[in-house]
Design a protein around this ligand. Structure first.
Ligand SMILES: Cc1cc2nc3c(=O)[nH]c(=O)nc-3n(C[C@H](O)[C@H](O)[C@H](O)COP(=O)(O)O)c2cc1C
Length: 356
């Protein structure tokens, strides 16, 4: 199974108390499920909210606007957005989830939506049942279906504060992970809102990029720009060296389209306005998908979706990138200037009539 087919499960440890039973519950869950992770096709990232360190509600804007002033919120947003599913391990505080978990949910909005959540609750008298009831009220509001079976751990059964092993509970944990992965996989396509791109082959789907696409974008970008570096004997090209941080900035600040074939990201393009110019960049198509008209379709789409008032489309490429130069020429771009092996091209747009 390729990495992009795997379901990325973010395991959230809710308790932030300095001494906590949660450490043992987390350790147990990881031990119980690790033997089946690769066979069920899951990849696990653990978010211990004590390390995530989110202050209480400290963003000026409401989370549904998706604009975050604080670095810790941006980091949390990227982590949650990159996940396909969540496994929440939570204690019970006064018959509800602890405030740390509610705050972690409340910091974000769309990053959670359309992704399933499975639960491990622990507590004294009710084994965390009431925490799960209150947590599910929150996650339902965020658009996250809960999948079962719930795993419940009764702390009163722990002699000397040490978690008791129970093979039946291990089985429930595995069963809930299997269900989580199954539902996450089914929901994946629903999370993609297709952007119609005229001329794109029928087996490819375009959508707006999200921060969850960043890792695959970095990989595809490096793959594509190695070709450029070889053709132009130029190894300092920014797209070849950009890491996840720069690509994530682009996803947030520019208009970025990604194209998938099934689960696999196979093409992308970015555009961003500068004055009344629209710059186009990072146009890339995976080697095995070239020759199918994908790049032309993306270019035409960017042009047709350009903001009103755009007078010129601009892009640049290597002086020796012959396939690119031929493609851009076919699309009506002409050479504007060039320097140090890089050619800049421009396409003037006809003034659009204000009437008709
Ligand atoms: C503020 C507070 C409220 C609690 N309320 C409940 C409760 O309503 N029901 C329950 O079963 N346990 C309750 N407990 C006990 C916790 O379940 C228990 O302390 C557990 O160890 C907390 O998880 P942690 O050690 O991982 O932080 C409460 C504990 C605290 C600190």
């Amino acid at each position: 199974m390729s990495k992009s087919d795997q379901v990325r499960v973010l395991v959230i440890l809710a308790s932030v108390r300095p001494v906590r039973a949660g450490d043992q519950v987390l350790r147990w869950w990881l031990d119980a499920t690790s033997p089946v992770l690769s066979s069920v096709g899951a990849r696990v990232d653990v978010a211990d909210l004590r390390d995530v360190r989110l202050p209480m509600d400290d963003e000026p804007d409401a989370p549904h606007q998706g604009v975050y002033a604080q670095e810790h919120t941006r980091a949390w947003s990227a982590r949650v957005a990159a996940a396909d599913a969540f496994l929440v391990i939570t204690s019970e505080h006064n018959h509800a989830i602890p405030a740390s978990l509610k705050n972690a949910f409340d910091h974000l909005a769309s990053e959670w939506g359309g992704k399933p959540v499975a639960w491990v609750g622990y507590g004294n008298t009710s084994s965390g049942t009431r925490a799960l009831v209150s947590g599910k009220q929150v996650t339902t509001t965020l658009g996250m279906p809960s999948v079962g079976p719930d795993v419940l751990v009764r702390l009163l059964d722990w002699p000397d504060g040490v978690m008791v092993q129970d093979p039946a509970r291990d089985e429930i944990a595995v069963g809930s992970l299997v269900e989580l992965v199954r539902v996450a996989r089914a929901l994946r396509p629903l999370r993609v809102v297709p952007v119609p791109v005229h001329g794109l082959p029928a087996d490819l789907v375009a959508s707006r990029a999200g921060v969850g696409d960043v890792d695959e974008l970095v990989a595809l970008q490096r793959c594509c720009w190695v070709d450029e570096a070889i053709a132009n004997d130029m190894w300092t090209l920014a797209p070849l060296r950009e890491g996840p941080g720069a690509v994530e900035d682009a996803v947030r600040e520019r208009s970025v389209l990604v194209v998938r074939r099934g689960a696999r990201l196979v093409a992308s393009v970015q555009s961003w306005p500068v004055g009344d110019d629209l710059w186009i960049g990072r146009l890339m198509v995976a080697p095995d998908q070239r020759g199918r008209g994908v790049a032309s379709a993306l270019l035409r789409h960017v042009e047709s979706a350009a903001p009103a008032g755009t007078r010129r489309l601009r892009l640049s490429t290597g002086e020796r990138s012959e396939a690119n130069l031929a493609l851009y020429a076919r699309q009506g771009f002409v050479r504007a200037d060039g320097q140090d092996g890089v050619v800049r091209l421009v396409k003037r747009r006809e003034a659009r009539s204000a009437v008709g």
